[in-house]
Design a binder for this molecule. Structure first.
Ligand code: RB5
Length: 155
């Protein structure tokens, strides 16, 4: 899988660990920054970059990290077609795939320990989307304009 990875300065250290973790598991990582933990940068820039990489199809999944994971998830979700989920543990990560088919996983580097963050990411990658939620996902797509309000096949 090709995975877009982005963080602000607060998420930089965890992003570096996540990049190695994903590469060791055979994934291709596209690191969209930040480039260090010392330079203060703005999480919306990196949340948007990760979201655009996924929506454009250049990556299959995004992982976005900031201090809490909150700001970067809000930013990523402003990109039409993104379903960014802030996950805190194995349970929320698993459900973010099963129920929400999240295409960007967000982590809070100042909130989660490294093991918890990596376990959550692995759980997300191992989980499978449950088709019974498709109608709800389509409603989300209509809300952000990434799908038409009317299903043309029903016209
Ligand atoms: C940066 O100081 C911090 O505000 C950011 O990483 C994030 O936690 C925002 O939601």
């Amino acid at each position: 899988m090709r995975i877009a990875l982005g963080s602000d300065h607060a998420g930089f250290d965890l992003k570096s660990i996540v990049a190695v973790h994903l590469a060791e598991r055979g994934h291709e990582v596209e690191d969209l920054g930040a480039r260090d933990a010392m330079t203060s940068v703005d999480y919306p820039d990196f949340g948007a970059a990760v979201g655009r990489a996924v929506v454009s199809g250049s990556c299959d999944l995004g992982v976005a990290i900031c201090g809490t994971g909150i700001g970067i998830s809000i930013a990523a979700n402003k990109v039409s077609g993104v379903r960014a989920a802030l996950v805190n543990d194995v349970t929320t990560a698993t459900l973010a795939k099963q129920h929400n088919d999240a295409n960007v996983v967000c982590l809070g580097a100042r909130v989660l320990g490294t093991v918890t963050a990596l376990d959550a990411l692995d759980a997300f990658l191992a989980a499978v989307v449950e088709p019974r939620h498709q109608a709800r996902l389509r409603k989300i797509a209509v809300l952000d304009g990434s799908a038409p309000a009317n299903n043309p096949s029903e016209d």
